[in-house]
Ligand binder design. Structure first.
Ligand code: COA
Length: 329
């Protein structure tokens, strides 16, 4: 084992074809385009087809990332899928993804920490590379949240969408990983959870009738927590990297609510052009939202060699995290 730096060698993404607009929700729920746009910033989300599972989205994003390199799946030493919507309780979705891509006998595992999944995964994957354990790690944030969303609950139905983003982490002489700040508070899991189907409560007929297989959320509580933790985690990550707010070129936040992002950006003194937001198009795609935004920004030529980025997220757990990253082209 030898210590080295890490960089992101390639990024890919995939979003399912079907688009659900605010106007579609106006037909089925007591809501309006105006309410959704002002309260969340969302206009559309992509929904997986009935036959599409999370691994299908993850595979498509991973193939997109690989297609931007000369690598094959066999050149990847380890696969990590961050998801709150795995194909099955077990086996891990990452095993299915790695094999479908053509990787043989490679280590593969999931990270389940809800919407903080990409930030945790970036910390774990980068650490594996920097410690010299693996030369290349494929980290994929992938979700099919539409499948665990109660389409009759206007408080949550409008928020969530499906998608996947993949990054290839690779050993490098220069080190992109500047710092990480992760945290969790499990005192109130009920603030944001799927309450049944685990070892605490079975998905029995009564629970299913009550719609408990779907996401349950205390929106206002989560909102307050999210703003505070986005700011705190970013502050600490910057401090750990010996940087100040003014040194930041881009903030790439988890896309949960435009107002949460704006409130955090205001405190962090980040002008709008430095905050990457694509919530309008995808809604909240949990662990996929940050790599989706990164992928689009790269394709648009917005991120340049040497840029300093903070990736920051939060979600069920409750959980949160920020990673400070120096972009190496
Ligand atoms: N359309 C119209 N009205 C709606 C609505 C919808 N889709 N959803 C909720 N409302 C209503 C509520 O019922 C409430 O009505 P009332 O005043 O008659 O009780 C009113 O709007 C205000 O509800 P409130 O929950 O205070 O709204 P809000 O401004 O907090 O916005 C969220 C609701 C869910 C958009 C917001 O709380 C939020 O984004 N929270 C964080 C969610 C999040 O980030 N989750 C994922 C974390 S990874």
């Amino acid at each position: 084992m030898s210590a080295t730096g890490v960089k992101i060698a390639a990024v890919g993404r995939y979003a399912p074809e079907r688009i659900v607009t605010n106007a579609d929700f106006e037909k089925t729920l007591e809501t309006s385009d105006e309410w959704i746009v002002t309260r969340t910033g969302m206009k559309r989300r992509h929904y997986a087809a009935p036959e599409q599972a999370t691994s299908d989205l993850a595979i498509a994003a991973a193939r997109d990332a690989l297609s931007r390199t000369n690598l094959t799946a066999q050149d990847i030493d380890c696969f990590i899928v961050a998801t709150a919507t795995p194909d099955y309780p077990f086996p891990a979705t990452a095993c299915i993804v790695a094999s479908a891509l053509g990787a043989i006998d490679k280590p593969a595992f999931d990270i389940e920490i809800a919407c903080s999944g990409f930030i945790y995964g970036l910390t774990v994957g980068s650490s594996l590379v920097r410690a010299g354990v693996y030369r290349r790690v494929m980290l994929i944030g992938a979700e099919t949240l539409s499948k665990i969303t109660n389409q009759k609950d206007r408080g949550t139905a409008i928020l969530f969408g499906d998608g996947a983003g993949a990054v290839i982490l690779e050993a490098s002489e220069t080190d992109s990983f500047l710092s990480s700040e992760l945290g969790s508070d499990g005192m109130k899991p009920e603030l944001l959870q799927v309450a049944i189907g685990g070892s605490r409560r079975a998905a029995d007929a009564a629970a299913l009738d009550a719609g408990e297989q779907f996401i349950r959320m205390e929106g206002r509580e989560v909102f307050k927590f999210a703003v505070t933790k986005m700011i705190d985690a970013t502050d600490v990550a910057l401090r750990k990297a010996n940087l100040e707010k003014g040194d930041l070129d881009f903030l790439i936040p988890h896309q949960a609510n435009r107002r949460i992002i704006d409130a955090a950006a205001k405190y962090l003194e980040m002008p709008p052009e430095k905050v990457l937001v694509n919530i309008e198009e995808y809604g909240n795609t949990s662990a996929a939202s940050i790599p989706l935004a990164l992928s689009e920004a790269l394709d648009a030529g917005r991120i340049k060699d040497g840029d300093t980025i903070v990736f920051v997220g939060f979600g069920g757990g409750l959980s949160w995290g920020a990673v400070c990253w120096k972009w190496v082209a």
